[in-house]
Design a protein around this ligand. Structure first.
Ligand SMILES: Nc1nc2c(ncn2[C@@H]2O[C@H](COP(=O)(O)OP(=O)(O)OP(=O)(O)O)[C@@H](O)[C@H]2O)c(=O)[nH]1
Ligand SMILES: [Mg+2]
Length: 102
């Protein structure tokens, strides 16, 4: 693996509760990597990510990031936003660390 550079694109899937964010990721990645809801309550409670290679280019990969939905009457929206922002900040730090070690 030494000297081999893998380019990553991070796709953060963000939106209201129940619009199909997790379903979209499972369909795009062709695996059940994140749980789909089956009632009116919000389903995804934690931020999770799943990595898949580009089908046509092994030097690239896509990181899908599933996030808790907005507009949930039982959740604090600003807390969800704060967690997403913290996740993005952490992933930017780890990406620049990773790249600086190439
Ligand atoms: N008809 C239809 N239903 C869908 C579609 N995508 C998802 N669903 C259904 O919508 C419901 C919610 O889907 P999820 O993928 O869990 O939605 P989510 O946005 O991740 O929801 P939260 O994690 O609660 O924010 C499930 O019952 C899915 O089967 C779609 O394209 N069409
Ligand atoms: Mg979900």
């Amino acid at each position: 693996m030494e000297g081999k550079m893998i380019l990553s694109s991070q796709l953060r899937i963000i939106g209201p509760v129940g619009v199909g964010k997790s379903s979209f990721i499972n369909t795009a990645i062709r695996r059940n990597v994140t749980t789909v809801g089956h009632d009116l309550k919000s389903c995804t409670a934690e931020i999770v990510h799943a990595i898949t290679p580009y089908p046509s280019d092994p030097t690239r990969r896509v990181v899908f990031v599933d996030t808790p939905g907005f507009d949930d009457i039982n959740a604090d929206e600003s807390e969800i936003l704060r967690r997403i922002a913290a996740y993005i900040a952490r992933s930017l730090v780890s990406t620049s660390f990773h790249n600086s070690n190439k």
